[in-house]
Design a binder for this molecule. Structure first.
Ligand code: NAD
Length: 449
């Protein structure tokens, strides 16, 4: 749905009113379009002494086709500022990061990107290093709040032991406009034994030869995911309830995909889905458990049937379907299982005990399963969207809707494409070292951890 306030704030009269009354002024966010360079500008890199990345950062960015420099030129604007903080081993060393960012921030272009790379605190060699590395989180979360006003973002990547060479897909995502609505996030590489990225044969079609199943694909976020994974080369199998078969067929016709009209909570759904994937494609590479509903009521007014429905659609059915696909060995080596959580599953939300429970369950699902399927070369992650402009948010009362939009570092709702781009990043063969993660696509909403 459209954000009327944002459109108003950008017309000449609106601009005047917003400025004079000190109202929120949502910046226009740059988004990626097909054929455009990943980063429209230069990225400035810096490092603390004795980092583990060495020249890896420079070579990784260059081989991704990104223009990168190590020395700041006075008067030049930079699209990205990346700091290798892996060499910081005590809190005094954090000043190296401050000394890189403070002068460089004055040269940050609009819709710019701040990225800090550290090492997993739990793997640090000393207690002082563990503390200093943990402190990086507070830095990016605060910096994200400072730079959001011009559409810029700040994120942290922890490269676990052995995963230093697996940064490319994540840096390409974070530095490009594909991550327009991702800020204040911590991404952990190497949480499982999967630390080596798979090769990407064609960067323009990284998912060529892959098959993606997306549930709830007839509209909203699911339809955007289907279009984006198709753009990246995947064959799409979309699923939705029988009542939305026509809408689903229309999206699949557009993408040359196939439809499964099935309620995922039906007892036979896991077997029906497994058979459809086996018959059409011999298996599946990417499974996105996107279907979800809300039946919001305060706990004191909650009906058990609605409670059960919300929880079963978001987290019960995805477990049964994944278990069946794994049992039949239909998820191929290099596979991706992706859950859709919500910031309500992280921070909780008034009137959403069922939804918050379901979406926290999704986090439990990916954290548990990621450890069990790493041996099969399969990653399992979740995206937790914040306020995204879809049909789902039309049902919200106006006040809550406006608060959802404005109370974030970017003071606006996200677009379905923002969630879809994050799914494409997880699905990328180069993202094998990312498993067991929950990343929010929420514009750094003030509600939530
Ligand atoms: P939406 O209502 O537009 O789409 C959800 C889709 O899931 C629909 O097509 C629906 O028919 C399908 N679905 C529901 N129950 C199903 C079932 N039993 N079997 C098969 N399909 C079923 O919602 P959306 O905004 O696109 O949300 C997609 C996902 O993102 C959901 O899991 C939702 O909880 C989550 N999410 C959305 C937002 C947001 O702001 N829009 C925020 C956080 C999380």
């Amino acid at each position: 749905m459209t954000d009327r306030y944002q459109s108003l704030a950008h017309n000449p009269i609106g601009k005047f009113v917003v400025k004079n009354l000190g109202l929120p002024n949502p910046p226009e966010l740059e988004r990626w379009s097909e054929g455009a360079p990943l980063v429209k500008g230069t990225v400035l890199i810096g490092a603390a002494p004795k980092g583990t990345l060495g020249t890896t950062l420079n070579t990784t960015l260059k081989s991704s086709g990104i223009d990168v420099v190590g020395v700041r030129a006075e008067g030049k604007k930079y699209k990205g500022l990346v700091f290798d903080a892996t060499g910081i081993t005590d809190t005094a060393g954090l000043a190296d990061m401050q000394q890189f960012f403070t002068p460089a921030l004055r040269s940050l272009a609009g819709s710019g990107r701040l990225v800090v790379i550290g090492t997993l605190p739990e793997q640090a060699a000393t207690d002082t290093a563990a503390i200093a590395q943990r402190a990086l989180e507070g830095f990016v979360r605060s910096a994200g709040k400072e730079v959001g006003g011009n559409g810029s973002t700040a994120n942290l990547v922890y490269a676990g032991a052995g995963a230093e060479g697996a940064l490319a897909s994540t840096l390409e995502f974070l530095l490009s406009p594909k991550s327009a609505f991702v800020s204040g996030q911590v991404i952990r590489l190497g949480l499982t034994d999967l630390v080596t990225p798979d090769a990407v044969a064609d960067p323009a079609q990284p998912l060529a030869g892959k098959v993606a199943l997306i549930t709830g694909a007839s509209r909203g976020l699911g339809a955007a995911m289907a279009r984006t994974l198709h753009r990246d080369g995947a064959a799409i199998v979309g699923l939705d309830v029988p009542g939305l078969k026509d809408e689903l067929d229309a999206v699949m016709a557009e993408l040359g995909g196939t439809s499964i009209a099935e309620d995922i909570t039906a007892a036979d759904a896991p077997k029906v889905i497994a058979k459809a994937l086996k018959d059409a494609h011999g298996g599946v590479d990417i499974v996105v458990h996107n279907a979800g509903i809300t039946r919001d009521k305060r706990l004191k007014n909650m009906k058990t049937e609605n409670w059960n429905l919300v929880i079963d659609i978001s987290v019960g059915a995805p477990q049964r379907i994944t278990a069946e696909l794994l049992k039949q060995q239909l998820i191929r080596q290099g596979g991706r299982v992706i859950g859709i959580s919500s910031i309500a599953g992280i921070a909780g939300n008034n009137g959403q005990t069922s939804y918050g429970t379901a979406k926290a369950g999704v986090i439990g699902f990916v954290q548990d399963l990621s450890k069990r399927v790493a041996k099969d070369g399969i990653t399992v992650n979740a995206i937790a969207p914040g306020f995204i402009e879809t049909d789902m948010v039309k049902t919200m009362p106006l006040g809550i809707r406006e608060a959802g939009r404005r109370l974030s570092s970017l003071s606006q709702g996200g677009q379905p494409i923002d969630v879809a781009e994050a799914i494409a990043w997880y699905a990328n063969p180069g993202s094998s070292a990312i498993s067991g993660n929950v990343v929010r696509v929420c514009g750094q909403a003030l509600i939530g951890a």
